[in-house]
Write a protein that binds this ligand. Structure first.
Ligand code: PLP
Length: 380
């Protein structure tokens, strides 16, 4: 169906930070399939895990026990606790939108009848299902699909007073925020904002749900974006990087919140199946061995400094290896298209900014090469 524009190029192979199209042309991938292939393309540990699991057990449904998913859940719980068990439980699904759907249903189930409203921010992106579309704070995306499910309100981003006013009603159950608004333009939250929201949630008995679908698993220079801000959320959603390209999502919730769900409240056929969780287990093992948060912080500093020094770049924003370069007078769409022709995959995240989300294992040489391509593109 025509939900996307005609693709400018067809890729047939990838290895590390490199992609190859159907004519054999090589590209440097600084988008990672929208922040998904955080370990680069065709990572051998993920490929081996998939092959091995495919020969062992692919799927039995969630009516029966399996061994891989619980292992991945335990690892995620420890990463959310920054090295210590965080006391949570995990629901596995297949995408970011599904992880957020789970969080939204859990919030309603936990809060009980009459308390169903979720407050999110303008400029946010939480998915394309009807509920996550309404949670997404971009009203222009809502219009063709009205009426959307009831119970979503939006407030100005990074504005604690606006959140204070919006969360005062009896019917509010939860707040849903990204640590860095990714699709909304790569705009980080401030530490004061997250701390103020946590305080409001504690005072009013609301759930703080953090959407780490784009920011989670090392990309921002910490395991999870919220860890920059010194707060602990009640619910954390993730997807993208968890499978390095294998579709998997997860919704983590602290124990007493998670136990609001009863058997039959929520379900999935594929979620948590051995094939997808075997990929996630391999991804998390490599990520821990390679200390990807530290690598992302260092590589992000190099990439940011390189981009900032380019004439025509007005500034760089973001955290770790989720960055946007604001262009002085070039149109970002034209610049991204010229970069693609020159062998660099990036995307225009707004009319005036390019987004960079390379592999977390990107090398210094690859960063320098990408910066040189951007400089060349902006110089013409
Ligand atoms: N939440 C955030 C922060 C995202 O960036 C995205 C996708 O870009 C989603 C949710 C939706 O994820 P998916 O496309 O896997 O449904």
């Amino acid at each position: 169906m025509p939900t996307y524009p005609e693709p400018p190029v067809t890729f047939v192979r990838g290895e590390g930070s490199r992609l190859y199209d159907d004519s054999g042309k090589e590209y440097l991938d600084f988008l990672s399939g929208l922040a998904v292939t955080s370990l680069g393309h065709s990572h051998p540990a993920v490929a081996d895990a998939l092959c091995e699991q495919a020969k062992t057990l692919l799927h039995v449904s969630n009516l029966y026990g399996t061994t891989v998913g619980p292992e991945v859940a335990t690892t995620l719980d420890r990463l959310i606790g920054d090295g210590q068990p965080a006391g949570g439980r995990v629901f596995f699904c297949n995408s970011g939108a599904e992880a957020n759907e789970c969080a939204l249903k859990l919030a309603r189930r936990w809060a009980g009848p009459g308390r169903h409203v979720v407050i999110s921010a303008y400029g946010s992106f939480h998915g394309r299902t009807l509920a996550t579309l309404h949670a997404t704070g971009q009203p222009e995306k809502h219009e063709p699909f009205q009426p959307l499910p009831e119970g979503f309100r939006h407030v100005a981003w990074n504005d604690a007073d606006a959140m204070d006013r919006a969360t005062s009603g009896e019917e509010v159950a939860a707040v849903l925020l990204e640590p860095v608004q990714g699709e909304g333009g790569v705009n980080p939250a401030t530490g004061e904002y997250f701390a103020a929201v946590r305080r409001l949630c504690d005072e009013r008995g609301l759930l703080m749900i953090v959407d780490e679908v784009q920011t989670g698993l090392g990309r921002t220079g910490r395991w999870f974006g919220f860890q920059h801000f010194g707060v602990q959320p009640d619910v954390v959603t993730m997807a993208k990087a968890l499978g390095n390209g294998v579709p998997i999502g997860a919704c983590w919730a602290v124990g007493d919140v998670a136990s609001a769900f009863r058997p039959g409240d929520h379900a999935t056929t594929f979620g948590g199946q051995p094939l997808a969780t075997a990929a996630a287990r391999a991804v998390l093992a490599v990520m821990q061995k390679e200390r990807v948060p530290e690598r992302a912080a260092a590589a992000g500093a190099r990439l940011g400094a390189g981009l900032e020094a380019i004439p025509g770049v007005a500034g760089v924003r973001g955290l770790g290896l989720l960055l946007a370069a604001r262009l002085e007078d070039a149109d970002a769409r034209t610049a991204a298209s010229a970069a693609l022709d020159a062998g660099l995959v990036v995307n225009p995240i707004s009319p005036t900014a390019l987004r960079f989300a390379p592999s977390l294992l990107v090398t210094d040489d690859e960063i320098d090469e990408a910066v040189a391509i951007v400089a060349k593109v902006l110089s013409v």
